[in-house]
Ligand binder design. Structure first.
Ligand SMILES: NC(=O)c1ccc[n+]([C@@H]2O[C@H](COP(=O)([O-])OP(=O)(O)OC[C@H]3O[C@@H](n4cnc5c(N)ncnc54)[C@H](O)[C@@H]3O)[C@@H](O)[C@H]2O)c1
Ligand SMILES: CC(C)[C@H](C(=O)O)[C@@H](O)C(=O)O
Ligand SMILES: [Mg+2]
Length: 371
């Protein structure tokens, strides 16, 4: 299979983690005789530095000409700490999502028994947790009108949704539930917000098209608590843009680290794959970030291409690195491995280059020694 992949490395740890995904995709391509070609575009702080624009037209063009987009992360402290900067790295990502109409952001949350000890939650709460969040990505408060008064003392962000925006992601979430455990939870704040009441009404209306799916509703404040005390109750969670942003970072503590969670952002004719974490500037350039969220995003890309066996093999490679202790500092601070080592091991596993009796303890921060 031939696929053109647009790659946006971005800022901070974006390049380091994305390079591991490319290693893994190359191992898959070699093993299964696919031809993946990569075209690189700038976005974020690096794009501002080089072109003055967080999303240069060239990047939009290569994304449009690709079959899928692999993205790292954007963001830089010099903008985070400057509340009056007019041009910001995040504008690049938001514009790209809007331009390509990437309206459905899909964030699966799984747990690995070998990582249960890392979660602040108790073991019994972690067993059998497996849910998927459908986060609306191109509407709501992120994209409503923003205003700042002339004297700079008052500001507003408008939260706005229309029926069509709600319905198109809700239908994807219902179909996903049909293929899973047939439960859909709409998370909103319908006791307060007009937009949330429109979400409930719209989702209620279309639910009759999916009679096999049990629909329930939860207020977002309760959901934030339930995700911690009883995460296994969830199957598919459907929610608006900002609630989904916050609840998905929260959900990563179930898995054990923000560095583990992947995502897919699907649109009308484009698809973008990115870990849910940000540019983690404190780790930039140190080769210590967890690449698993990015590698699992590449697996979601393979699923999107219809390469289900290949995607499963990438997930198997990741599970193998995790259970054998080839993990980064966030997972095992006592015996951490480099980002690049984890990427190499995952790709070697796929290429069948990994001897079965490798000793994880001997390869911390270095090459494997065989026992
Ligand atoms: N999609 C994106 O590109 C995206 C997402 C979130 C934040 N951001 C941007 O990233 C910058 C930093 O934001 P932040 O510190 O709030 O969030 P962040 O996700 O970058 O990091 C928060 C914390 O999570 C942990 N973490 C994140 N990724 C990790 C990884 N791969 N491996 C191990 N640990 C990891 C670290 O402890 C880190 O301090 C900001 O400029 C923000 O706007 C970008
Ligand atoms: C960087 C930021 C604009 C982005 C968001 O809020 O959507 C990020 O937090 C994410 O989760 O992808
Ligand atoms: Mg976020």
């Amino acid at each position: 299979m031939e696929k053109r992949i647009a790659v946006i490395l971005g800022d901070g740890i974006g390049p380091e983690v994305t390079h591991q995904s490319i290693k893994v995709l190359n191992a898959i391509a070699a093993k299964y005789r696919h031809n993946f070609t990569y075209t690189y575009g700038l976005m974020g702080a690096i794009a501002i530095d080089k072109t003055g624009d967080p999303l240069p037209q060239h990047t939009i063009d290569i994304c449009r000409q690709s079959d899928a987009i692999l993205f790292g992360a954007i963001g830089h402290p010099k903008y985070d700490n400057d509340p009056i900067a007019k041009v910001r790295p995040e504008q690049g990502l938001l514009r790209l999502r809007k331009e390509l109409q990437l309206f459905a952001n899909i964030r699966p949350v799984t747990t690995y028994p070998s990582l249960h000890h890392l979660s602040p939650l108790k073991e019994k709460q972690l067993q059998d947790v497996d849910f998927i969040m459908y986060r609306e990505l191109t509407g709501g408060i992120y994209f409503g009108k923003k205003e700042l008064s002339d004297d700079g003392t008052e500001a507003s962000d408008l939260c706005i949704y229309n029926k069509n925006e709600i319905e198109r992601i809700a239908r994807l979430a219902f179909v996903s539930a049909q293929q899973r455990r047939k439960k859909l939870t709409l998370v909103d704040k319908a006791n307060v917000l007009e937009t949330s009441r429109l979400w409930r009404k719209t989702v209620q209306e279309i639910s009759s098209d999916y009679p096999d799916v049990k629909l329930d509703y939860m207020f977002v404040d309760n959901a934030a608590m339930q995700i911690i005390v009883n995460p296994k109750q969830f199957d598919v969670v459907l929610t608006e843009n900002m609630f989904g942003d916050i609840l998905s970072d929260e959900s990563s503590v179930i898995s054990g680290s923000l560095g583990l969670l992947p995502s897919a952002s699907l649109g009308v004719s484009s698809a973008l794959f990115e870990p849910i974490h940000g540019s983690y500037p404190q780790a930039a350039g140190k080769d210590i970030a967890n690449p698993v969220g990015s590698i699992l995003s590449a697996a979601m890309m393979l699923d999107y291409f219809g390469l289900y066996n290949e995607a499963a093999e990438v997930r198997e490679a990741v599970a193998w690195t995790l259970t054998n202790g080839f993990v980064s500092q966030d997972i095992d601070p006592e015996n951490p491995h480099y980002t690049s080592t984890i990427g190499e091991f995952a790709s070697d596993y796929i290429s069948n280059d990994i001897p079965p009796n490798i000793n994880a303890k001997n390869i911390a921060f270095g090459k494997a020694t065989i026992i």
